[in-house]
Design a binder for this molecule. Structure first.
Ligand code: ADP
Ligand code: MG
Length: 615
């Protein structure tokens, strides 16, 4: 008996939907892009329960004929391309003809649509790929599509959706990516009967101001300058942030031919132009729009992927760098742009495949105990290897800490070839630390000199302390504020803070919602080292927005890291000897002392051999 058969369309579409429609935000993106492709100048989006119950998009685009309305929901049905060759001349957002077929396979859809030339419109109702009704109807020109109960017929997918707060944030992020590149269109976003965004037609700059300036009480675009360049290959325009407006919450957007894209390689070009102009951990905002012959890019990677391949990345890189630099120079944003001396740039090679750009990761063995095999890992006669003043073989004095700085797991266990990673550290009264450049603690060790970044060292210590509070059974102790502070948020930050609340309470914050966008701060963690709890919470929010929601569904790492940054001694703070020694003792008592929780190097060691080589 033959056993192979074709899957019914409804099943095939459900499978395809898994690729295209992963969450309400991806569904919204497809619908709004269809409206834009239909030439709409007004698009209204209405959602309920972060799109889980309802996602409605109403446009004034060109609408569909009776037959097209039905065809639109078939798989691979599109009006946008006819042949594979058309893929290289794309000016529309859609082209696969998969979105509506996928959406109607996993939701209850009803649609009203009418073209200008038709007197009467069409209403279509489809439930899980099954057409329930198609009838003529009175309706305005354009398309009004309602997607209800997404994944109603795939409970596993529905369960997989995140909380409303997270899904709403995804929707808002998706919305930003669309509205920022379509200022010629008016948009409204209504969520659970509340208008979240109302954007009028204007210039790109006005659109950016409407999106990011509103509610913040400041002129957002005053912190941006124009960038513009035209070459035969590409035209680049947009706005980039002044270095002094850089923040940890930078908005960074690239668009190519009106499509949002991620491009880590081009991002590096922009960042290179800012070299030496930014405060630590600060990033500039940018909104950069590329226009290029569609033949020179390939948008065909994956329906939900935002990476775009350019055939000429290495040529565009310096054009972009120069354009950003020129703007920074033109607006006198840097006293002198002496490119030949300070600004020597090394252009990195583009990744061979932009989809697998990966940040290098540093691995270490979390079970490693620095104290356990430290003695064995150092040869008995190690001191004789280094004939330097501080090498000692005697037992350290009472109270001295004598750890060996842990090796990373990927390094050999015996005497490491890079001795800079495994110096032996004795701390006792006879050896004095020295604070250098307001930033480093210099300490002589057996093998040479160790330079410890004071802020990063303290950051590691504070982080571990806060992590311990996070994991404790009871909430940490708080300090009641005599006059509660009021924290006012941007509307899209509210869902994030709501999700973070349990973990904030665990470390000792007491926040109370006052209205839709403000919270009273009644109490702060006893260990918080700042007079401005508002600023501390703002930093946490920024950090969470930057890192996104972790897969573990816990903000504990980001909150701990952010608060540790607030608490850690800043650069420039003068430390007395006792404070420096205390810091060193605490640092080398940590399980991991070589890297901060955000993978930054805490100390380096210059060996005596290296110093001697210089003579
Ligand atoms: P694609 O956008 O890749 O062509 P879709 O499944 O998203 O595929 O849409 C199928 C077709 O339905 C589109 O090619 C377009 O002709 C038509 N369509 C979809 N949405 C709209 C809309 N809002 N207004 C007019 N036509 C639309
Ligand atoms: Mg489409």
């Amino acid at each position: 008996m033959d056993i192979i058969h074709l899957l019914p369309d409804s099943v095939a579409n459900q499978i395809a939907a898994g690729e295209v429609i992963q969450r309400p935000a991806s569904c919204l993106k497809e619908l709004v892009e269809n409206s834009l492709d239909a030439g709409a100048t007004q698009i209204q989006v209405v959602i309920r329960d972060a799109g889980k119950t309802l996602l409605q998009v109403i446009d004034n685009g060109k609408g569909m004929s009776v037959t097209d309305a039905r065809m639109a929901f078939e798989r691979h049905a599109t009006s946008k391309i006819r042949s594979a060759a058309d893929l290289f001349a794309l000016r529309t957002m859609g082209f696969r003809g998969e979105a509506l077929a996928s959406i109607c396979a996993v939701a209850q859809v009803d649609m009203f649509t009418r073209r200008e030339e038709d007197e009467i419109g069409t209403r279509l109702e489809i439930n899980g790929s099954e057409v329930i009704c198609q009838e003529p109807t009175q309706c305005p020109v354009g398309t009004n599509i309602r997607v209800k109960n997404l994944f109603f017929n795939i409970p596993a997918r529905r369960r997989f959706l995140k909380t409303n707060a997270t899904e709403l944030r995804n929707i808002i992020n998706e919305f930003y990516r669309i509205v920022l590149v379509n200022p010629q269109c008016q948009f409204t976003l209504v969520s659970d009967d509340e208008i979240l965004m109302e954007l009028t037609i204007g210039s790109s700059k006005q659109r950016i101001e409407q999106v990011f300036g509103k509610g913040s009480g400041r002129n957002y675009t005053a912190g941006l300058v124009d960038i513009h360049t035209d070459t035969d290959l590409i035209s680049i325009h947009g706005l980039i942030g002044k270095p002094e407006a850089a923040s940890k919450n930078a908005q960074q957007y690239f668009f190519v031919n009106n499509r949002f894209m991620r491009h880590p390689y081009f991002h590096k070009a922009v960042m290179n132009a800012y070299q030496g102009m930014l405060a630590p951990d600060h990033q500039p905002s940018y909104f950069i729009y590329f226009d290029i012959n569609p033949e020179l890019i390939d948008v065909n990677i994956h329906p939900t992927k935002t990476e775009i391949k350019f055939s000429d990345e290495q040529t565009i890189w310096p054009i972009l760098l120069a354009a950003v630099r020129e703007s920074l120079g033109k607006f006198n944003l840097t006293p002198s742009l002496d490119f030949d001396t300070n600004g020597r740039i090394e252009m990195p090679l583009p990744p061979s495949n932009p989809t697998d750009v990966q940040r290098p990761t540093i691995s270490f063995d979390p079970t490693y105990n620095p104290f356990k095999h430290s003695r064995e890992s150092v040869p008995n006669n190690w001191a004789s290897l280094y004939d330097v003043p501080y090498a000692r073989t005697e037992t350290p004095s009472m109270g001295a800490v004598d750890p060996v700085i842990p090796q990373r797991a990927d390094e050999p266990e015996d005497l490491p070839s890079d001795t800079s990673d495994a110096p032996v550290l004795h701390i006792d009264e006879g050896v004095h630390p020295y604070q250098y450049a307001g930033k480093y603690i210099v300490y002589p060790i057996a093998t040479g000199l160790i330079f410890i970044d004071q802020h990063r060292a303290h950051l590691r210590i504070c982080y571990e302390e806060i992590q311990t509070l996070m994991q404790a059974k009871h909430a940490a102790s708080s300090q009641q504020l005599l006059f509660p502070d009021t924290l006012t948020l941007h509307q899209d930050e509210v869902p994030i803070i709501t999700e973070m609340l349990p973990e904030l309470e665990q470390i000792g914050f007491d926040l109370q919602a006052m209205d839709k966008t403000s919270f009273a701060i009644n109490a702060v963690p006893a260990i918080l080292e700042t007079n401005s709890p508002i600023e501390a919470i703002r930093k946490m929010l920024t950090d969470v927005q930057e890192t996104g929601r972790p897969a573990t569904h816990s903000y504990s790492h980001t909150i701990s890291l952010s608060m540790a940054r607030t608490n850690a001694v800043p650069y420039g703070k003068v430390l007395c000897e006792e404070e420096m020694l205390d810091l060193l003792r605490k640092l080398f008592a940590q399980k991991e002392s070589l890297y901060t929780p955000d993978n930054k190097r805490i100390y380096v060691c210059i060996t005596t051999a290296e110093i001697e080589n210089r003579f």
